[in-house]
Write a protein that binds this ligand. Structure first.
Ligand code: XIL
Length: 418
């Protein structure tokens, strides 16, 4: 009992000290770099598969993890890798548009508006101009996934990630790092790995510290843990939960923070933008991390939604507001709006889609704690949704010819006339 009381006191004092971890305004500005040679994307057949390990129900109290002392990961493993090349400032300004763009308007309001991208798209005519004109934050769609960046034990391949970071810096854009831990896009040596508990801890520590150290000072915010929950609000059965235990989550934040104390840190979820069992679990985990003094700055709300049934504006606003109550920011990290499963005309679908984007963006603008709004891709030609669902779709702000869609104008209009 005495132990419980003192734990409670520690939690309360940590809670009041948490503003220490709040993001520092203006500290995310990226230096500029000269673009390096862009690697080509692999053919579709070589792209990683998207299958998840079956889920089992972990104990409902799983979010209450113990805080234990763990040894740091072996410094030799981490230090064997060089930091990303420090780049020259770009002498030429990006090809800025004369008319207002999402980026130019968002910058006046101190907002990050961004898109997921990959280096293989940089050769598509007009693509890099569009990216530079419209967005001020980029996220590697897959380039920093474990399978790509750490394909073999002790072997890291930073080329694709570095190319995105270099392009962003050349255009004065920030980078949101995605992702340090996810149960998908893992290489076989991890999914089939046989290691002791201590080896798993060292392995995860090494992975996180190597990536975060490599990009130290170049990443505005890191998605430290992606999709840790099931839709029922239980911790997802991932290899890291099984092999390390629920404390893999707080350890990941601790390691990431140690490697780059200036990077904002978040965890990221889908289907938890409104109020439901999963967003309840997200909130509980966020509160638990904050109360324990773990460096958590934000929660990512993915926003992969459909024409029917996106979260209501009220629920999204309430969810953001309760996160603000914990001193946390809420980023919209992966928005796209699927238009399939609907018999309306294309024009009707585009109008309905624009309204969903408008409502989400308006909610973000009105929230006190939503400084980042990212779509999961730039044009409909590059969206992951057709490949993932097996059906054609048009989920993004620009069409397959890179022309702005009604959804784009809905956001532009809000930025012009809030
Ligand atoms: C998707 C990518 O867009 C695909 O290219 C890849 O094959 C699988 O992953 N939630 C996430 C993202 O956090 O990493 C996913 O991105 C989409 C769902």
């Amino acid at each position: 009992m005495r132990k419980l009381t003192s734990l409670f006191c520690i939690l309360i004092s940590l809670l009041t000290a948490c503003s220490f971890f709040a993001p520092q305004p203006g500290s995310g500005g990226a230096p500029t770099l000269a673009a390096t040679e862009m690697p080509a994307l692999p053919p579709a057949s070589a792209l990683p598969t998207f299958t998840r390990i079956p889920t089992f129900a972990p104990p409902p109290t799983a979010t209450i993890f113990p805080i234990k002392d763990y040894p740091d990961c072996s410094p030799a493993d981490v230090q064997a890798y060089q930091p990303a090349a420090s780049a020259e400032a770009s002498k030429t300004q990006p090809n800025r548009s004369a008319v207002p763009t999402l980026r130019s308007l968002a910058e006046k309001r101190n907002l990050y508006i961004g898109a997921a991208t990959d280096a293989g798209y940089f050769k598509t005519p007009g693509y890099t101009d569009l990216l530079a004109q419209q967005f001020n934050i980029l996220v590697p769609e897959v380039a920093m996934e474990w399978e790509i960046i750490h394909p073999q034990p002790g072997t890291y391949d930073f080329k694709r990630g570095d190319a995105i970071v270099a392009a962003a810096q050349a255009n004065g854009q920030a980078v949101y790092g995605h992702t340090l831990i996810w149960d998908l896009m893992l290489p076989d040596w991890i999914t089939e790995g046989r290691f002791t508990h201590d080896e798993w801890v060292n392995l995860l520590c090494t992975h996180i510290k190597t990536l975060v150290s490599h990009y130290k000072g170049q990443i505005y915010a890191w998605n430290v843990v992606n999709e840790p929950f099931t839709d029922e609000g239980l911790l997802r059965d991932t290899i890291f939960l099984r092999e390390i235990g629920p404390e893999y989550i707080y350890l990941a934040f601790k390691w990431a923070h140690e490697a780059d104390p200036m990077a904002r840190l978040l965890f990221n979820e889908h289907n938890s933008e409104g109020l439901n069992a999963k967003s309840q679990a997200v909130y509980a985990l966020a509160r638990g991390l904050r109360q324990r003094g773990i460096p958590l700055d934000a929660v990512g709300l993915q926003m992969h939604v459909w024409l029917h049934g996106p979260p209501t504006q009220q629920d999204l606003a309430a969810n953001m507001q309760r996160l603000a109550g914990l001193g946390l920011q809420a980023y919209i990290t992966e928005m796209d709006v699927r238009t399939q499963y609907n018999d309306d005309s294309p024009e009707q679908k585009l109008a309905a889609q624009a309204e969903i984007y408008r409502q989400a963006f308006a909610t973000c603008l009105n929230a006190s704690n939503c400084p980042v709004f990212i779509t999961w891709g730039v044009t409909d030609a590059q969206s992951w949704i057709p490949g993932y669902t097996g059906h054609p779709d048009m989920p993004l702000l620009f069409d397959t010819k890179s022309a702005p869609k009604p959804a784009y104008y809905a956001i532009l209009d809000l930025l012009q006339n809030p």
